[in-house]
Design a protein around this ligand. Structure first.
Ligand code: CA
Length: 421
């Protein structure tokens, strides 16, 4: 029998180990604020993945050393919105998808799929095995555009093949029975290659475009020098599929030798936000930069978004990745954030419920615990506003079929943005 002190020490050691090797976007437990931020990364390859110390001041503009031109994080001029809790007890609500005005699905990263009906949650059985490690787990979810007829859902998760080391992001479809709360017909549509034991940068958002093609993001898997610029590796890419997982004939690299045909765009770092802009019919993503240089990009077939050849960011230890921010043949971001806000979740307000917010973009900040509302005109960010200040690490954002905006917040659950009484 070991003394209680032994178990206490072991618990402390385990907590320290689990916090030592993570990106900002992966931190499950927010570390206490550090009044003296001194990144302690020692090796170049490791530094990219090391969590920078959290900032004692949650206002990005207050610590902004190299402010991007359009950054204007003023508090919202319209203070007439607040939030109400819809479901609690979900530690990391990674992704959400709406079925009806009062029904939605939400993933818990550690590996539970919840069905929420009238604000009550039920867990769904029948998920495949998940490689729950680091930033991996059960990630995004979407419902089929014809869900009411076919009850099909799509979800992404980190997957480790049997008898192989490491893993990568995989895309699944399944039929969901909301009566029995069970999945059936679970199919792996795609799995990213190559595997790695790195625990970071799985991506992974899913979105449909207006023609019904399915897009999946995979991050660089912590291997920036081999993945994002290589067309025969799946990391650091946006992929595009037919709904059955087959490859659309007009994907940009289908006729290229040694290129993976599912690749739609490349040179990405770690995209954890993706949406269809219904006004322009384009797929938009945002992606985590390293230290600084988080980006918004409009995705076009075959384009190279530059990582890690060009970036506005630095390594977490402050050392330079490259001095280049532009290069021929590589796309410029629509917007970049320095310092990083660690973006997760991306939505465009299209409902009439929020007055002048209509057509504004919403981006969650993991690092600074708020929702950023961006006003974008002619592909230029003209204003940014802070909403839900200090709410917690914002992980996912969806506009419900009732027109309300729902926000998944770590250690809190899912909240609904509502007008103040
Ligand atoms: Ca870029």
């Amino acid at each position: 029998m070991k003394p209680p002190l032994y178990y206490l020490l072991m618990a402390i050691v385990l907590v320290l180990m689990s916090c030592s090797d993570k990106d900002e976007e992966s931190t499950v437990v927010t570390p206490p604020p550090d009044p003296n931020p001194t990144p302690s990364a020692t090796s170049e390859s490791k530094s990219e993945e090391t969590t920078p110390p959290s900032n004692p001041n949650p206002d990005p503009s207050a610590t902004d050393e190299s402010k991007s031109e359009t950054q204007d994080n003023t508090p919202s001029s319209n203070q007439s919105y607040t939030h109400q809790l819809v479901v609690d007890g979900i530690d990391i609500p990674w992704g959400m998808a709406f079925i009806s005005e009062n029904e939605f699905l939400v993933t818990e990263k550690s590996g539970t799929l919840y069905y929420v009906e009238n604000e009550k949650k039920f867990s769904i059985g029948g998920l495949p095995l998940i490689y729950h490690i680091g930033q991996g787990g059960l990630l995004d979810i979407e419902v089929d555009p014809n869900f009411s007829e076919n009850q099909l859902i799509y979800f992404s998760l980190s997957f480790s093949p049997e008898n192989e080391n490491g893993g990568n992001t995989a895309l699944y479809s399944a039929r969901i029975d909301l009566e029995s709360k069970q999945l059936s017909n679970v199919k792996q549509l795609f799995r990213g290659k190559e595997n790695t034991t790195r625990e970071v940068h799985f991506g992974s958002r899913i979105a449909f475009d207006s023609e019904g093609y399915l897009y999946l993001t995979i991050g660089d898997r912590g291997q920036r020098d081999v993945n994002p610029q290589s067309l025969n590796r799946d990391g650091g890419k946006v992929h595009r599929f037919n709904r059955d997982g087959s490859i659309p004939g007009d994907n940009p690299f289908v006729n290229h030798e040694n290129a993976n045909p599912s690749i739609f765009s490349y040179g990405h770092r770690n995209p954890q936000g993706m949406l269809l802009n219904p006004l322009t019919d384009d797929i938009w993503i945002h992606e985590h930069g390293p230290r600084g240089g988080d980006e918004i990009n409009i995705i076009e077939a075959g384009n190279n978004y530059g990582w890690p050849k060009i970036t506005y960011g630095k390594n977490y230890n402050g050392s330079t990745i490259t001095n280049l921010t532009h290069m021929d043949g590589m796309e410029q971001p629509l917007h970049h954030w320095t310092p990083s806000i660690a973006p997760s979740g991306f939505e465009m307000v299209t409902s009439e419920r929020y007055g002048h917010w209509k057509n504004h973009f919403l981006v969650g900040s993991l690092k600074f615990s708020y929702l950023e509302r961006l006003v974008i005109e002619n592909n230029k960010v003209i204003a940014t506003h802070r909403e839900l200040n200090n709410i917690g690490r914002v992980r996912s954002i969806e506009q419900g079929l009732d027109g309300y905006i729902y926000v998944g917040v770590e250690s809190l659950g899912v909240v609904r943005i509502v007008p103040k009484e």
